[in-house]
Design a protein around this ligand. Structure first.
Ligand code: SF4
Ligand code: SF4
Length: 127
């Protein structure tokens, strides 16, 4: 079971090898490769830091340095996809729903426009 905060359903799909530092990027490489190999991996939607944040330099003892901003993104993804914290579903389903309801609509800008990576993510295709 992979624990993911909801907006990471977007970031994982837009990942192209760029990250905060070497350890974070290596972790993302492994996580995205594993999800490509096993798209039916079960995911639990988590509030707060998750299995992706574990390698992030902005994770200070389990709290994100930009906690308010990423919480707003998480809540937007839950609302737009009709999900709730604690829900469990296959990665394939989560990724598809996030792509359909967010990447393919103007809501992508509404959710992501104040993220430092948005320029890259606008240029990147789906997972
Ligand atoms: S713009 Fe930021 S929050 Fe949105 S998918 Fe990209 S990295 Fe994630
Ligand atoms: S700690 Fe914050 S910045 Fe780092 S991956 Fe988690 S949500 Fe993103």
């Amino acid at each position: 079971m992979l624990c993911l905060r909801p907006h990471h359903a977007l970031c994982i799909q837009k990942y192209t090898g760029h990250g905060y530092d070497e350890a974070f990027t290596r972790h993302m490489d492994e996580l995205t490769a594993a999800l490509r190999r096993q798209p039916d991996t079960p995911v639990r939607l988590t509030e707060g830091c998750d299995d992706l944040c574990t390698a992030c330099p902005h994770n200070a003892g389990g709290v994100c340095a930009t906690a308010d901003k990423v919480r707003r993104m998480d809540e937007a993804v839950l609302r737009l996809c009709g999900y709730a914290y604690g829900q469990e579903l296959p990665w394939r389903e989560l990724a598809g729903e996030a792509a359909r309801r967010i990447f393919e609509t103007p809501d992508f800008e509404a959710v992501c426009s104040d993220c430092e990576w948005v320029g890259l993510c606008r240029e990147t295709g789906k997972f």
